[in-house]
Write a protein that binds this ligand. Structure first.
Ligand SMILES: [Zn+2]
Length: 241
């Protein structure tokens, strides 16, 4: 292997490691934000369950009050009806009593379903509160892990950044310029930009190990001769192992 190739491959190895670290440093805050969102969602579920419980409580009390009022009215009506003499008055009172009895039955049904809703809400509160506790525990552990990861990544980044100039020094200026140009495309084409030329087969021409586009005949012969060769499509530096 030629010296220029060894030097640039060493620099690339370090740069790829720096890319990996940069990714870790970018991913950490995203993971933390996702954990915070899970926590907020879990809390919102508790609040929603408590609101359902509150509504059910109110409904139960409303029914209770109204049932009590109707019972009093009904007793009063029955009491008064004993003194009625006219047939139409007796009939009117009896109709009124019947309507009140119906209204009480309806309220009792409503109260019963509110009690069922309350029971469900209590179960929902218990399970959503359990979820909050789990999410908090997971979040705490994750934050701890992310802090350690960040500290390690930053220390390694500082160390590699310090080492980089000495590796750059070994690289030929021309090679370095081509390498830096090719590396600028790392967002659209991540990974190495000093790559092997993929050998051709019976039915496939040789191609660039980075962009997979076919290499020219000239490219192939240059690579075989160990000359500095750039992929005409993506700018990758090509070599043969
Ligand atoms: Zn290419």
């Amino acid at each position: 292997m030629q010296d220029w190739l060894i030097a640039i491959l060493e620099l690339q190895k370090l740069d790829l490691e720096l890319d990996r670290i940069e990714n870790i440093l970018l991913e950490g805050p995203k993971q933390a934000a996702a954990a915070k969102q899970r926590w907020e969602e879990a809390n919102a579920a508790v609040t929603a369950a408590k609101q359902v419980k509150q509504a059910a409580d109110l409904e139960i009390r409303r029914c209770e009050t109204e049932i009590k009022v109707l019972h009093t009215k009904l007793a009063d009506l029955k009491h008064k009806s004993q003194r009625l003499l006219k047939m139409e008055e007796i009939q009117a009172s009896s109709l009124q009593q019947e309507m009140m009895t119906h209204a009480i039955a309806d309220l009792e049904t409503a109260q019963l379903s509110a009690m069922e809703a309350l029971e469900k809400a209590n179960a929902a509160i218990a399970s959503t509160e359990k979820r909050v506790a789990e999410v908090m525990k997971e979040g705490g552990e994750l934050m701890q892990k992310l802090r350690t990861q960040k500290a390690e990544a930053e220390a390694l980044k500082a160390e590699l950044t310090k080492q980089r100039p000495s590796l750059v020094q070994n690289v030929d200026a021309n090679v370095l310029r081509m390498y830096e140009n090719a590396r600028r495309k790392k967002n659209s084409m991540p990974g190495p930009c000093v790559v092997t030329l993929i050998p051709g087969t019976k039915d496939k021409e040789p191609s660039c190990g980075r962009c997979r586009v076919h290499a020219t005949v000239q490219n192939v012969s240059d690579v075989r001769a160990g000359r500095l060769t750039q992929c005409p499509t993506c700018g990758a530096l090509l070599y043969q192992e």
